[in-house]
Ligand binder design. Structure first.
Ligand code: SAM
Length: 307
């Protein structure tokens, strides 16, 4: 089915000019907890495609029923994906339009869909994104950790030895690291985090993003352990863990060392600017540290300079 945009009714489809094209695959992001996060375009695409490939047809059935959408559902999960991808590509080549959704968030991000998208692309089938929620990006956006460069590393390994080895490897990564962790293992994972990366490493932990009990800790690894131990609810729900990059951590430690020296002779703003230049640490972060260390009144800092 194709619905073209009407000239007198601008709609969210104005960029693409269509809701769905025959023979195209739509990778549709769905909410990670808050149904209000399903975009109007996601609804329109899901209502318009010939069929929806879903990780768990029961879970997605609830979402679709909530939206009043009735389209045929096909199960596509990690156990059958390789097998049925070729079938689905044949349907697409025959002119059917399909949407791909997972239980929550963006398909393919620690979720099924890669085999289908790869097969569709290999066959020359058009694949369109219907972007939306993703726990990793949502957590990064509220973490207070550098977001200019980051690495998503999926789930940490469940076994302790492999988990510590992975944390050691990720701990050397220069960019901000994002991992998923389940409620069953969050306590052990955080204990390993402190043991492997040390108590001072900056980290963030988001739980229950977009849900009623959403909260995010941002601070040192040792502080995270205390924060989590302070409330039994903080071991429940869904978690995204973020680790500041090794280079960023090293730059910041050096920046703060230089800053303390310069503050003996210079006002906060000049000391922060020079310390940032010397260390490579972000000027704004050092300026905030300078204000904290000296008790100076924050100035209206110019935002146009380097970070
Ligand atoms: N495809 C999803 C996405 O785009 O984020 C991720 C699916 S993965 C199977 C599920 C994991 O994502 C959870 O174990 C948790 O680590 C993270 N996650 C999903 N929803 C979350 C939420 N609302 N708050 C925090 N973490 C969440």
């Amino acid at each position: 089915m194709t619905i073209t945009q009407q000239d007198d009714a601008p709609s969210p489809q104005q960029d693409t000019g269509h809701t769905v094209r025959p023979g195209a695959l739509y990778v549709v992001a769905t909410p990670i907890g808050n149904l209000g996060d399903l975009s109007p375009r996601a609804r329109e695409v899901l209502a318009a495609v010939d069929a929806i490939a879903a990780e768990d047809t029961r879970t997605s059935g609830v979402l679709l029923a909530h939206c009043g959408i009735q389209r045929p559902l096909l199960a596509l999960h990690e156990h059958n994906e390789d097998r049925i991808a070729a079938d689905l590509v044949r349907r697409l080549q025959g002119g059917a339009s399909l949407a791909l959704i997972s239980d929550a968030g963006t398909p393919l991000i620690s979720d099924p869909g890669f085999a289908l998208v790869r097969a569709a692309r290999a066959a020359g089938v058009p694949v369109y994104a219907v972007p939306g929620p993703c726990a990793a990006v949502a957590a990064l956006s509220v973490s207070g950790l550098p977001s200019d460069a980051f690495v998503f590393a999926g789930f940490l390994p469940p076994k302790p030895g492999a988990r510590r080895a992975r944390l050691e490897q990720l701990g050397r990564e220069p960019r901000t690291v994002i991992v998923y962790e389940s409620a069953h293992r969050i306590g052990e994972a955080l204990a390993d985090l402190v043991a492997v990366l040390g108590p001072e490493r900056r980290v963030a932990l988001s739980r229950e993003l977009s849900k009623r009990f959403e909260e995010t800790y941002s601070g040192t690894a040792a502080g995270l352990l205390e924060w989590q131990a302070a409330d039994a609810n903080r071991s429940r729900g869904e978690f995204v863990l973020l680790i500041e990059g090794a280079q960023q951590a090293a730059d910041l430690a050096e920046g703060e060392r230089v800053l303390r020296l310069l503050l003996r002779e210079l006002p906060a703003s000049a000391a922060a600017r020079l310390a940032a230049e010397i260390s490579g640490a972000p000027r704004k972060v050092l300026y905030a540290a300078a204000v904290r260390l000296t008790g100076a009144q924050p100035e209206n800092e110019d935002n146009s300079g380097p970070r």
